[in-house]
Design a protein. Sequence first.
Length: 433
Amino acid sequence: DCTGCASCANVCPAKEKALKMVPLEQAVKNDEKNWEYTTKLPTPDVSAKFKPDSIKGSQFKKPLFEFSGACAGCGETPYVKLITQLFGDRMVVANATGCSSIYGGSAPTCPYTKNAEGHGPAWANSLFEDNAEYGYGMNLAYKARKEKLIADVNAALAAGADGVIKTALTEWLENNNTAEGSKKAAEAVKAALPAAIKAAKGELKEALKAIKDSEDVLVKKSIWIFGGDGWAYDIGYGGLDHVLASGEDVNVLVVDTEVYSNTGGQSSKSTPTGSVAKFAASGKRTKKKDLGMMAMSYGYVYVAQVAMGANQSQVLKAIAEAEAYPGPSLIIAYATCINHGIDMSNGQAEMKKAVEAGYWQLYRYNPELAEQGKNPFTLDSKDPTGNYQEFISGETRYKSLAKTHPEIAQQLFERAEIEAKQRLETYKAKAGK
């Protein structure tokens, strides 16, 4: 899975580093047998000691996204890997065209894989302009199939299902909208079906056969829509807005590099003031679109803004809350990119600097809190402790402007900082701070 970026070794929190970079030839020679051995080891259940949605607990779970072929140090792939660790065995993914579709589905391989039980993400790629609708359609299809399955289960119970199969079907009806509950009930239903079908007759037999045909719908699906800022802020925004407004139970991950990364670094509506990109060679003159605030205006969309390198606990909490929320959710994830002109071996540290400088804010907006009479908006990042101008001057996408257009660079940089402060003040007001 290693791309040689050294990011994992650099962020390793151990006093004595658990990870050490060595030449590839040496690693392959020494560790090929170790790799083969580890792939055959059983996966221990550590859930009693570590909660699955904790930092430690999540990392004991097998990633169902590996060997992606993304750029070394890519800031997007850690988010995708983490989500597959949490929900991969029941995920369905609609992926917009862009970096995430290229490293997510480059022929002849696919980085999405399966666990020991044969379960893994179902993934498909759509166009830039209709990916949200594509994922929305997947959700509607599963929703219709599940409604049919519920009708078949009720028909089986009404036709006289008894004993073990009755208990299993009743348990599934009570738990089909929860992840772990539906998993447990699904196993019981699948185990009881063969004998029940064999013994049944007439309408009961037909209902049980119909349930057997829809076994893949027994476990609650986790519907995800992946894409970058070029898709979410620009080309696919109309569809994204429509899907969020629908109120359906879908989860959207926007990996925000603040530029069209895959097509060569063009400016998007996510690109901040003063940043240099294609179509903004003299610095972008308009401020970054606040996608999160626009989504929050509906009042029933879960929205979070995260940066893994800045606060891992907040990322995990946001992803877990978003997936559990029974409605549309939007996660906007800051992702470092080679187009930023930084040392990609320190991408996670760069994310931390971005938050400390007040360049990027962390928050969660959970509509369920409003239903409890609480403030739904939580500002997770603190007041800036770093220097905004020092931060942007460390990235080529900004410092190059000072060389090519010094007469306008400082003016744009100062305006960018003011806009960042205004965003923070808006968020603080929403949080009641």
